[in-house]
Write a protein that binds this ligand. Structure first.
Ligand code: ZN
Length: 213
């Protein structure tokens, strides 16, 4: 088999960022463990193109994170970006409750959670590969993540709240996990029904309504 480049195409041609198809749950690529990227792969021109395509695809969706398996590539690469405009129109108390603050665009290669708090917090979460649905998912409130950035430099970051949730969600993708593996099954809802039944309800109120406590 010929050696596969991470992104097809001529490395010398300047490709405009493409909006790629986001694969949906049921596609086997979402269920396999992605392989780590080699240092020399990060310095290939194709890698920059891949990141450009992933950024474009994530922004177009729009989403706050995208992992390579979601565009059909079983490699350990994810991009994250929580733009300030995504939080416009969300009540300040809701943002505070979720500890949600903007996150600048970032690239994670071969990320690993090296520390996770025992304290868990539960909110509705969705996924571009489970389009149209949300469910309650418990996540560690604080995590420490080690990864390589887009230059191949080893980095470590500490994150809390919504950013920590995004990191856990994306790193799950690289291990073949989806949020539906971790969700509270009775809370699984279409986005429409969630809105209709009061998307501003607290997690506590939702749990009570579902007979979960
Ligand atoms: Zn996802």
């Amino acid at each position: 088999m010929p050696r596969r480049t991470i992104v097809p195409g001529n490395a010398n041609s300047k490709l405009l960022p493409l909006r790629l198809k986001i694969v949906q749950t049921g596609d086997p690529v979402l269920r396999q463990a992605a392989r780590p990227l080699l240092a020399e792969e990060i310095t290939q021109p194709e890698f920059d193109q891949l990141i450009g395509h992933m950024r474009e695809t994530m922004r177009d969706a729009p989403g706050v994170g995208l992992a390579a398996p979601q565009i059909g590539l079983p490699i350990q690469v994810a991009v994250i970006e929580d733009r300030p405009e995504y939080s416009q129109g969300i009540a300040p108390e809701k943002l505070a409750e979720r500890e949600r603050v903007p996150v600048p665009f970032m690239v994670l290669v071969n990320p690993q959670i090296v520390q996770a708090s025992e304290e868990m917090i539960e909110f509705f979460e969705g996924c571009l590969s489970v389009a149209g649905f949300r469910a309650l998912v418990k996540r560690a409130r604080h995590v420490t993540v080690e990864y390589l950035d887009e230059t191949g430099t080893a980095r470590q970051l500490q994150a809390s709240g919504w950013f920590a949730r995004i990191l856990q969600h994306e790193i799950d993708h690289l291990r073949g996990h989806l949020y539906i593996d971790r969700m509270e099954p009775r809370s699984f809802a279409t986005i429409e029904n969630l809105a209709r039944n009061g998307k501003d309800r607290t997690t506590q109120a939702v749990r009570q309504a579902l007979g979960l406590q």
